[in-house]
Ligand binder design. Structure first.
Ligand code: ATP
Ligand code: MG
Length: 231
């Protein structure tokens, strides 16, 4: 649901995350970031600079060692696992570089998979998948399996799936990383449309021309924000 509220959808303050696998790695070292509703933010930085770690924390897939994440006004650390999962399922849509579709399910079944965790929707699943797949230009591919689709088409299915619960926030970790330039540009057009329709987007990318579709670029280096570039 795109709330008619103003202000930030996500507030992160002084996030720290250290991985203890051999030598401790300070993947995030005091990152504060606010995502205004309806904004489009790109995150760039060298490999290992903490981009995916940041996405996972903001998306409630992981919890910080220190610092605080607030999503839609709710402080994550204060929530039970069940409530956190519910918040993640209803407020946030995820898109990954490797699409992460279930190989044995059709496009339509992949799209409606997240509804398993949403008790509010028990009818009209097929219709919902149809509407979303039409929206991403795949109205004629509902019953195809992922291996019967091109890379760009698979990412479109993943985007439709990310939208199935009508999240206000879409987090995308290198969504064009496995696509050729032309297909990547088409996927970026789709993200542009989502943003125009009011969704807040945070996207990691290695490509400058992709990042330039956003309102601003957050540059991460060694787990810290080096610069926030307004576009
Ligand atoms: N689960 C983990 N266990 C241990 N170390 C990890 C784990 N995940 C990430 N790291 C380490 O934390 C650092 C930051 O990783 P992260 O995945 O956030 O980087 P990234 O900026 O997304 O890099 P890339 O551009 O290659 O995707 C790296 O040094 C990485 O090796
Ligand atoms: Mg990464």
């Amino acid at each position: 649901m795109v709330a008619a509220q103003s202000g930030a959808i996500v507030e992160a303050t002084e996030l720290r995350r250290t991985y203890h696998l051999g030598e401790p790695v300070h993947a995030l070292d005091g990152v504060s970031l606010s995502l205004p509703r309806g904004s489009f933010t790109a995150v760039m930085g060298p490999s290992g600079s903490g981009k995916s770690t940041l996405m996972n924390l903001l998306g409630c897939l992981d919890t910080p060692d220190d610092g605080e994440v607030t999503v839609g006004g709710q402080t994550i650390s204060g929530l039970s696992d069940a409530k956190r999962a519910k918040l993640r399922g209803t407020e946030i849509g995820f898109v990954f570089q490797t699409f992460n579709l279930m190989p044995r399910l059709t496009a339509a079944e992949n799209v409606t998979l997240p509804l398993v965790f949403n008790d509010d929707v028990d009818v009209g699943r097929r219709e919902r998948a149809e509407t979303l797949l039409e929206r991403v230009g795949l109205g004629d591919r509902l019953d195809h399996a992922p291996n019967e689709l091109s890379g760009g088409q698979r990412q479109r299915v993943a985007i439709a799936r990310a939208l199935v619960n009508e999240p206000s926030l879409v987090l995308a970790d290198e969504p064009t990383g496995n696509l050729d330039t032309e297909t990547g540009d088409e996927i970026m057009d789709l993200f542009g449309e989502l943003n125009n329709s009011g969704r807040t987007i945070l996207m990691v990318t290695h490509e400058r021309h992709v990042a330039e579709r956003a309102d601003r670029i957050v540059h991460l280096v060694d787990g810290q924000i080096q610069e926030v570039e307004q576009l």
